[in-house]
Design a protein around this ligand. Structure first.
Ligand SMILES: [Mg+2]
Length: 278
């Protein structure tokens, strides 16, 4: 009996010691952060060029995986306290098939690393009338996410549930993907293509195709901020999103500096693009 009491006392002592030596900052940084990615027009979008090697065919639809999506998901998934989920208004079966086909450099699929995949049936209906994203919301609370530590990244801010504005990171205006800015001209007047999604100038085109790089920078810095300062994950995003995400569609020195000179110069491969940028 004495030895049992001694062991219990020792366990209690060790537990207390662990609690005492942890600083509040380290406890905070170990708590789970949830990052929830929308899929359509966030991770992928309908392909405009079927010859693009980065196009995936699922249920007779061709999807282009957006630039930087793989690098971003792979990098974020390396953080031990970060859980990545996906939430699309598409059907569960389609979402899972699509995420299974998107592979990172490690060979793992997006589906493999996902904590959860939420779909149409997980949307929360808030009204009978209106557009899809006005009637149905991505309510993070009823899905049991910690609203203090969850960000939903989406091209459509209408999906935000009431009271969860701080949990939504809007990507900015949506555009179709064009590998080359000059290819946009061929689609002007094409009735099969949503005209409002065609970039009108080089800046719109350049920033749109790289937007996940800007999102990635913001999220990584927010994770870092929480570990190294008193500014929490969501507070950092809220305070800095307008600096990181080019909502005003202007290429500034900040955006240039994120890319190597060679990468940036390669974007200026044709005279029309150069003229448009000037
Ligand atoms: Mg979307």
């Amino acid at each position: 009996m004495k030895s049992i009491i001694l062991i219990l006392t020792l366990i209690t002592f060790i537990s207390c010691q662990r609690t005492v030596i942890r600083s509040p900052a380290s406890i905070q940084s170990e708590r789970k952060i949830s990052i929830v990615f929308d899929i359509d027009y966030t991770i992928v979008q309908p392909a405009t060029d079927l010859n693009d090697p980065d196009v995936i065919l699922i249920e007779s639809e061709h999807y282009k995986v957006n630039n930087w999506a793989r690098e971003m998901i792979e990098s974020l998934s390396r953080h031990p306290n970060v859980e990545i989920s996906f939430f699309s208004g598409g059907k569960k079966d389609r979402n899972q098939k699509l995420l299974r086909e998107i592979k990172m450099n490690t060979g793992e699929s997006f589906l493999n690393i996902a904590g959860n995949v939420y779909s149409y049936s997980d949307l929360h209906q808030v009204q009978e009338e209106g557009r899809f994203s006005e009637r149905l919301k991505k309510d993070l609370k009823i899905l049991d996410f910690d609203l203090e530590r969850t960000i939903l990244i989406d091209d459509n801010s209408l999906f935000t549930h009431e009271g969860q504005d701080k949990n939504m990171l809007w990507l900015g205006k949506t555009y179709h993907h064009y590998e080359d800015f000059n290819k946009t001209y061929a689609d002007i007047g094409n009735k099969k293509v949503l005209q409002e999604f065609i970039p009108e100038n080089f800046q719109q085109w350049f920033l749109a195709r790289n937007k996940l790089k800007f999102v990635h920078e913001l999220i990584e810095d927010a994770i870092r901020s929480e570990k190294t300062s008193t500014v929490g994950f969501l507070d950092f995003i809220e305070a800095n999103k307008k600096t990181y995400i080019p909502y005003d569609e202007k290429i500034t020195s900040r955006y240039r500096s994120l890319f190597s000179k060679q990468f940036f110069n390669n974007q200026f491969t044709c005279s029309r693009a150069v003229l448009s940028f000037k």
